[in-house]
Design a protein around this ligand. Structure first.
Ligand code: AMP
Length: 398
């Protein structure tokens, strides 16, 4: 079955066409600057990237251009759209309504719309992608895969905030968690790859990228995660602050003469590694600057590693133990120094790192030594493949 995986952002769109039988990517790419000038990146498997400047005033033109590229006579991956058997959409927020991926129907769309308020930048864009695909590929089954669904197994003690309970009852203010597709994929793969008993396993997944979150997973079910009502909570991230004392909001608002929107802009876009370092939100730039003696960059990297170690320690307590820790996403997969530093805080758990294994890249790899009491692994995430697998399972009724 060929599955088109679509991840619609507010002004961009990533796509992959995957043959679900072989799990090979047939073509992939992205549309950028939707609503501005428009640029399509298309890459058929085994060939070079093609970049085309093309007007895309809305997501409709963008998706049409993707479909044209996929079926192009010379460089297309398929002969016609009849070869697209299903479409899988990433949807950011499924609220409490969605505990798993679901077939897209009109009723399902209405329920997703009810969650729009919780993710005003993302959910409406995801829904536009769904509507455009319905229009351009009528009759092709579509599936929604939610960032929040995997975390719906958290118990109340993990998802409730210390706020008046009516805020939860009336407005659904609670921890939801994000990156669920990645946490689900990586925790499952860690159990399989490390030979753990899936019904008796405690795994911590550290998804460390531009956005970062950590989850605690017992017997395949999420019991806690660092992101909250929104993806702003938890770890310090590329430009997001992560956890701060809530009273800072009022204090800084007064000092800087900012309103709520101004403060939220700072917390989302000007804080985190970027804000701390004044150099960059990108770990590669930060480490280069830190190596060159930039103290703010050094502090930014240290803050991140320290926070990761503290959350891991907290989740070991929450689960009363841990069998494995898995690192994933841009920083988790590539940054051996971050992994090494984080694990150096975890010696009390009997964790020891094999430096040679820690230097390997691009594959599932155990980076702890044979006698380490807890297994530590790098597991590259693959959210598109996870979306493809869920789409096939739902479409074929498995
Ligand atoms: P993601 O959001 O998963 O794409 O991850 C983006 C983050 O991964 C950025 O902070 C990048 O600097 C970081 N990253 C990517 N490659 C490397 C690398 N080789 N070493 C360190 N960090 C990296």
């Amino acid at each position: 079955m060929n599955v088109l995986v679509i991840n619609c952002g507010s002004s961009s769109l990533k796509y992959q066409l995957i043959d679900s039988d072989s799990e090979q990517v047939l073509a992939k790419g992205l549309c950028e600057r939707i609503g501005l000038d428009g640029r399509l990146v298309y890459q058929k498997s085994g060939l070079d990237k093609e970049v085309t400047e093309a007007p895309m005033p809305t997501h409709k033109e963008a998706i049409q251009l993707v479909l044209d590229a996929l079926t192009n006579k010379e460089s297309g991956a398929i002969a016609s759209l009849d070869e697209v058997d299903a479409v899988g959409h990433r949807i950011v927020h499924g609220g409490e309504q969605f505990t798993a991926s679901a077939l897209i129907t009109e009723e399902m769309i209405k329920t997703v719309e009810e969650c729009n308020e919780l993710a005003p930048l993302h959910n409406p864009a995801n829904l536009i992608g769904i509507r455009v695909c319905t229009e351009l590929m009528p009759g092709v089954p579509q599936v929604g895969v939610f960032d929040t669904a995997f975390h719906q197994t958290m118990p109340a003690k993990a998802y409730l905030y210390g706020l008046p309970i009516d805020y939860y009852k009336n407005y659904k203010v609670r921890r939801y968690g994000f990156h669920g597709t990645s946490h689900s994929f990586v925790s499952k793969r860690a159990v399989e790859f490390l030979g753990l008993d899936k019904d008796n396993s405690k795994v911590i997944v550290c998804h460390l990228g531009n956005g970062s979150s950590i989850s605690a997973v017992v017997n395949g079910k999420c019991v806690d995660t660092t992101m909250g009502l929104t993806p702003l909570e938890g770890l310090v991230m590329g430009t997001r602050s992560g956890n701060i004392d809530p009273a800072i909001v009022e204090y800084v608002a007064k000092k800087e003469n900012l309103d709520i929107a101004g403060i939220m802009n700072v917390l989302n876009k000007k804080s985190g590694l970027q804000g701390l370092s004044g150099v960059s939100s990108d770990m590669r730039d930060l480490e280069a600057a830190a190596d060159g003696g930039n103290e703010n960059a050094r502090n930014a990297v240290d803050v991140l590693c320290y926070q990761i170690a503290k959350f891991v320690g907290g989740y070991v307590a929450a689960m009363n133990g841990v069998d494995a820790i898995a690192f994933t996403a841009g920083i988790g997969e590539n940054d051996l120094r971050v992994r090494k530093t984080v694990c150096s805080y975890l010696g009390y758990l009997g964790i020891a790192i094999d430096d040679e294994a820690n230097a390997r890249r691009g594959e599932d790899v155990v980076i702890s030594t044979a006698d380490s009491k807890v297994k530590v692994a790098v597991i590259p995430t693959n959210e598109e493949l996870a979306i493809c697998r869920d789409t096939v399972a739902i479409v074929s009724g498995k």
